[in-house]
Design a protein around this ligand. Structure first.
Ligand code: GDP
Ligand code: MG
Length: 604
């Protein structure tokens, strides 16, 4: 099809405002899928995604639509992940489009994520078509919400479409708006050397990597020698196709079109999201005839945790499972780590908390592993007194205080929308989390929009829960990693009977160190059983003890209460003790139950 008959667009929305339902309605209305009575959503493919109502993996669906002007159009609907953790992938998929349908729930109004996605869509220069969804609800106020969209987002809402994805109202109008208002791909680019943007890639056991591409310039034909410009890897295009929404092979894809490419590509690392695919000959020419598309960067893990097993014997299975997951997830990074208390495991890096939870659930569900995860932490940038700059993502790697010149921590830009009467409580919360105030403005319907810069480390440790409880559940929030700022971060050590308990060490802000140390010491006092001798428990910064407790010595013989005669009871008790020992870890002379470590790790 000619460029002027193609429209590439996506749907953007705050979670639960109806993006997936609307996507299904568009596919239905254009005959791409059969009208279903069930609300099974087509674009959310993974079981986990559907269950949680989130969209993790990007996909594209191609529809044919005959518009009111009598012409047949190819509409490519590009699905974007619905969560901040996948911000970079959202950006790449928006880059594959010329327009976006902005879905706003007419009974809820603009939420934090609405602002964030509109900002990214604008940054990519997309035409935004506002749709006020759920007008079937008695609480819907489309006119009020339209005014809000106009006031907060600065979008012209005079032509905003009133719709109900649930009741199939407004669907035809939306399709017409896509044709009339979303610009076609840039004309004339088919004569240039081939360049495709990889906006998604996934791994298939039979076909290798399947790369979803938007052809930006030129044309890609079956059998072409292709190269990825950032990784430098070369392959042959063995299969090309489009998703309608199920895979349909084609012979070529030209500028403006969206489809997928397979080339027996063995490593996901060769065809990462954001890559530029070109003809190998153009890439190899001296000087090269093509340049990579702008904006490529490596996935950057922001949140880290230790991953261990309840049953240490299954370590091999954990290693293999992680390797399999990583095949399909270029953002997942991990290195082996062994811990005295928890055995062999891995230090794993994630894009954010949701990504972490998804990986955890997949490991438990698909591979039957019982995991022990340490509390999540961020990576600090440490400059040593010798001038070295290192990235510290685990307390193990934190240098001695005397060797540290400075520490920087990751910050993020945060947007919060909440009822006006919560403003004070939420500003206090942000202050406690060491936030820097940015801006405050009315957000319509008695609500306020707060903008802060917050340390990511604070955001990932219980901030969401506090936000919800201090706003009676009404606040919505979105965040995006922004920059690194100087911070007074220290390593808090825990000593049991004078011995360092390495797995309990943590990186904290100096101002929070004492309270955290006290909490940890008090908790350990409860969790560690009495020993034959007095056991001091201390929290320390370097050599300086900042909190201390002790466990009094145990004197009684465990079998004393089994009045002499009952040998079988005595035996049973000793056996149970021996079994308990297996789950004990020795810190110096002290036996600490594994459960105590786990309780402390989750306590932070
Ligand atoms: P997403 O998170 O943006 O993908 O939202 P979904 O499409 O999963 O929809 C979230 C919830 O809103 C689901 O329970 C839908 O059935 C419901 N929903 C979607 N559109 C409408 C609508 O037009 N009216 C009503 N009443 N409910 C809707
Ligand atoms: Mg969805």
């Amino acid at each position: 099809p000619a460029e002027e008959r193609i429209r590439n667009f996506c749907i953007i929305a705050h979670v639960d405002h109806g993006k997936s339902t609307l996507a299904d309605r568009l596919l239905e209305a254009t005959g791409a899928i059969a009208t279903s009575a069930k609300n099974a959503q087509v674009l959310d493919t993974m079981e986990l995604e559907r269950e949680r109502g989130i969209t993790i993996k990007l996909q594209a669906a191609r529809m044919t639509y005959t518009a009111a002007d009598g012409h047949a159009y190819i509409l490519n609907l590009i699905d974007t992940p619905g969560h901040v953790d996948f911000g970079y992938e959202v950006e790449r998929s928006l880059q594959a489009c010329e327009g976006a349908i902005l879905v706003v729930d007419a009974s809820q109004g603009v939420e934090a994520q609405t602002i964030a996605v509109v900002q990214s869509a604008r940054a990519q220069g997309l035409e935004i078509v506002p749709v006020l969804n759920k007008i079937d609800l008695p609480t819907a106020q489309p006119d009020r919400v339209a005014a809000e969209v106009q006031a907060i987002l600065g979008l012209d809402c005079t032509r905003a479409i009133h719709a109900s994805a649930k009741e199939r109202r407004g669907i035809g109008e939306i399709l017409e708006a896509v044709v009339a208002r979303v610009p076609p791909p840039r004309a004339g680019s088919r004569a240039r050397p081939l360049r495709c943007l990889v906006f998604d890639s996934s791994y298939d056991a039979h076909r290798g990597v399947i790369a979803s591409v938007r052809v930006v310039d030129g044309a890609l034909r079956l059998g072409d020698r292709i190269a990825f410009l950032n990784s430098g890897a070369e392959y042959e295009a063995l299969e090309l196709g489009v998703l309608v929404p199920h895979a349909r092979p084609v012979h070529s894809l030209a500028a403006g079109e969206v489809g997928y490419v397979c080339g027996a590509i063995r490593a996901l690392a060769d065809a990462k999201v954001g890559e530029t695919l070109a003809h190998a000959a153009d890439a190899r020419a001296q000087p090269p005839r093509v340049a990579p598309l702008p904006g490529y960067r490596e996935p950057r893990p922001m949140v880290f945790c230790g991953l261990f097993l309840h049953d240490g014997d299954r370590f091999e299975l954990l290693r293999d499972s992680l390797a399999k997951l990583a095949l399909n997830d270029a953002s997942l990074v991990y290195t082996a780590e062994s811990s005295l208390a928890l055995g062999s495991g891995f230090r794993v890096g994630f894009l954010g908390l949701l990504h972490m939870e998804v990986v955890q659930q997949r490991l438990e569900r698909e591979y039957g592993l019982e995991l022990v995860m340490t509390a999540p932490s961020v990576a600090y940038r440490v400059t040593t007194t010798r001038g070295e700059r290192i990235l510290v993502d685990s307390p193990d790697k934190f240098p001695e205080q005397s060797a540290i010149a400075s520490v920087e921590e990751p910050f993020c830009a945060v947007e919060i929308i909440a009822p006006f009467d919560c403003t004070g409580a939420l500003m206090e919360l942000c202050q406690e989390a060491r936030g820097e105030f940015g801006n405050m403005q009315p957000a319509g319907d008695g609500r306020v929009l707060l903008q802060y810069a917050l340390p990511l480390g604070e955001v990932i440790s219980g901030f969401f829960d506090s936000l919800k409880s201090r706003s009676r559940g009404y606040a919505s929030m979105d965040y995006a990693p922004s920059d690194y700022r100087a911070a007074d971060i220290v390593k808090l050590d825990v000593l049991i009977n004078g011995e360092r308990a390495a797995p309990l060490a943590m990186m904290v802000h100096r101002a929070a160190a004492q309270a955290t140390g006290r909490r940890l010491a008090a908790r350990l006092k409860e969790l560690i059983p009495r020993q034959q001798f007095r056991v001091p428990i201390q929290a320390a910064l370097g050599a300086k003890v900042i909190a201390a407790e002790h466990i009094a010595a145990l004197r009684k013989d465990v079998t004393a209460k089994c009045y002499g005669g009952d040998q079988s009871r005595k035996k049973k008790l000793l056996m149970r003790q021996a079994e308990g020992k297996k789950r004990m870890k020795e810190i110096g002379r002290v036996s600490v139950p594994q459960s105590a470590f786990m309780a402390c790790l989750s306590l932070r």
